[in-house]
Design a protein around this ligand. Structure first.
Ligand SMILES: C[S@@+](CC[C@H](N)C(=O)[O-])C[C@H]1O[C@@H](n2cnc3c(N)ncnc32)[C@H](O)[C@@H]1O
Length: 257
C-alpha cells in the first residue's frame, strides 16, 4: 500500500461519502458565484455536485494526492484540477466559494488555515466546511488500541497523531465569528448501513486506517486488519437482518465573509 490515498478504496462507499457534501451545499446561500474551488476534491465526487449547482461558475478542484487527482480528471475531463497543499495555498481573486468536504481534519493546525482562507474571501464570499467529528467513536478508538498493543506498536507510535480531536463548536465560533457576517455551525450523525463488520473495516481502509496500515509490511498489515476486524465485530453488533449500523458524527461550518 502506498502512502498516497486510493481513489478506488474511497469510492467503495461513494453514495454515503457524498451525502455530507450534498447537505453542506444545500446550505450555501450563493446564487451565482464567479469562482468556486473544491478544496481536497478527492476523486471529484464533491466537484461534480458543485458543477451541477453552479454550471456558469469557474469550478476547479484542488488536492495533494496524485491518485485522487488522476481519478478526478478522468471523471470530469472538462474541469481543471490543481495539485496543491492547503497548508500554504491561497485563492485567486474573485473566488466566491471555498468548499471543503472531509479534508480539513487532515490539515495540520487547520483552524489557522480556515481563518486565513476566510480573510482571503471577498465580502459575501463563503467558506463551507465539513469534517468527521469521530475520533471518540469505537472505530477510531479501536485503531489506536490495536496499534498500541501489537508487534507493530513502535512502528505505529506516531500513526494516531495523523488526526487530532476537532476543536469544539464554541472554539470555532470564537475564532471565526469576528471575521464573518454570518456563521452557522452544526453536527449531523449519519447512521450508515454496512453489509457487516467487514464493511466498517473497508470504509476506514479508505480513510482513517491509512496512517496505520501504510507503514506495515503485508504480513503485519494482514494481522493488524484481522485483529481490528474482530474488535469491530464486537463493537458494531449485527442488526436483525445481519447488517451493521455505522454511526458517523460530522461537524459542519458555513461561514460568510
Ligand atoms: C476524504 S477525501 C474527500 C474527498 C471529497 N472532497 C469528498 O467530498 O468526498 C480527503 C481528500 O483531502 C486530500 N487532502 C488531505 N490533506 C490535504 C492537504 N493538506 N491539501 C490538499 N488536499 C489534501 C486527500 O488527498 C483526499 O483526496
Amino acid at each position: 500500500m502506498s502512502q498516497d490515498w486510493s481513489a478506488q478504496q474511497y469510492l467503495k462507499f461513494e453514495d454515503e461519502r457524498t451525502r455530507p457534501p450534498r447537505d453542506l451545499l444545500a446550505r450555501v446561500p450563493l446564487q451565482s458565484p464567479r469562482r468556486v474551488v473544491d478544496l481536497g476534491c478527492g476523486p471529484g465526487n464533491s466537484t461534480e455536485l458543485l458543477i451541477a449547482r453552479y454550471p456558469d461558475a469557474e469550478v476547479t478542484g484542488l488536492d495533494s494526492s496524485p491518485d485522487m487527482l488522476r481519478q478526478a480528471r478522468e471523471r470530469l475531463p472538462k474541469s481543471t484540477f490543481e495539485h496543491a497543499d492547503l497548508s500554504s495555498w491561497r485563492p485567486r481573486e474573485r473566488t466566491d466559494l471555498l468548499f471543503a468536504n472531509a479534508v480539513f481534519q487532515w490539515v495540520p493546525d487547520h483552524p489557522a488555515v480556515l481563518k486565513r482562507l476566510i480573510e482571503s474571501l471577498p465580502q459575501g464570499g463563503v467558506l463551507a466546511v465539513q469534517m468527521p467529528d469521530n475520533t471518540d467513536e469505537p472505530a477510531l478508538a479501536l485503531m489506536r488500541e490495536v496499534a498500541s498493543s501489537g508487534p507493530w506498536a513502535s512502528t505505529l507510535a506516531a500513526a494516531g497523531a495523523a488526526r487530532d480531536d476537532l476543536p469544539t463548536p464554541a472554539d470555532y465560533y470564537d475564532l471565526l465569528r469576528p471575521l464573518c457576517s454570518y456563521l452557522d455551525i452544526w453536527h449531523t450523525v449519519y447512521n450508515h448501513v454496512m453489509a457487516g463488520p467487514q464493511g466498517v473495516v473497508e470504509w476506514f481502509k479508505g480513510s482513517a486506517l491509512r496512517p496505520f496500515l501504510a507503514p506495515l509490511d503485508d504480513d503485519m498489515r494482514g494481522s493488524f486488519t484481522a485483529d481490528y476486524t474482530a474488535r469491530i465485530a464486537k463493537a458494531y453488533p449485527a442488526r436483525f437482518d445481519g447488517k451493521v449500523l455505522l454511526p458517523f458524527p460530522r461537524l459542519f461550518i458555513l461561514a460568510v465573509r
